[in-house]
Design a protein around this ligand. Structure first.
Ligand code: CA
Ligand code: CA
Ligand code: CA
Ligand code: CA
Length: 147
């Protein structure tokens, strides 16, 4: 009678190990999904999104920003750097008229294109951002791809 008795807690400890392995897997998967996009190219605005896939390469709108890569009108330029609302590739009084029509309001749907800072409303800060892109009738057009 020298054999040892089987440990009684083996099944419970097995479940603990399986549980720990599943928890570790979940942490690793979530970490990979939430990590900034790391590519080999430059990140000019240092927002954590590589220039090659950044829709505002000179305006921070990456994963560290509130407005995170939102491009409401789907033209390839993110809302923080796209003040060309009518798509004529120049930021003019025509765009400003559209901006004024929603100024001071919370915006939804297509009107989110006027919310350049991504806070859900069109306010003075959005106006300030708009004016950084405004070009007069005779000046060079910054257009939606300008910094
Ligand atoms: Ca970037
Ligand atoms: Ca856009
Ligand atoms: Ca325009
Ligand atoms: Ca806003």
């Amino acid at each position: 009678m020298s054999s040892k008795p089987e440990p009684r807690n083996r099944p419970a400890s097995l479940y603990v190990h399986i549980g720990m392995a599943m928890a570790l897997s979940a942490v690793l998967i979530l970490g990979a999904l939430s990590a900034p996009i790391a590519l080999a190219g430059p990140d000019s605005d240092l927002d954590g999104v590589d220039d090659s896939i950044d829709n505002c390469t000179l305006v921070p709108n990456g994963p560290f920003e509130l407005s995170y890569q939102v491009d409401t009108d789907g033209d390839g330029y993110g809302n923080p750097c796209d003040m060309d609302y009518n798509g004529d590739l120049i930021t003019t009084n025509l765009d400003f008229s559209s901006f004024v029509s929603v100024f001071g309001f919370e915006v939804f749907g297509a009107d989110l294109q006027f919310d350049h800072d991504g806070d859900g409303a069109v306010t003075l800060n959005d106006f300030y951002l708009y004016m950084q892109y405004y070009s007069g009738a005779a000046g060079p057009a910054p257009g939606p791809s300008a910094p």
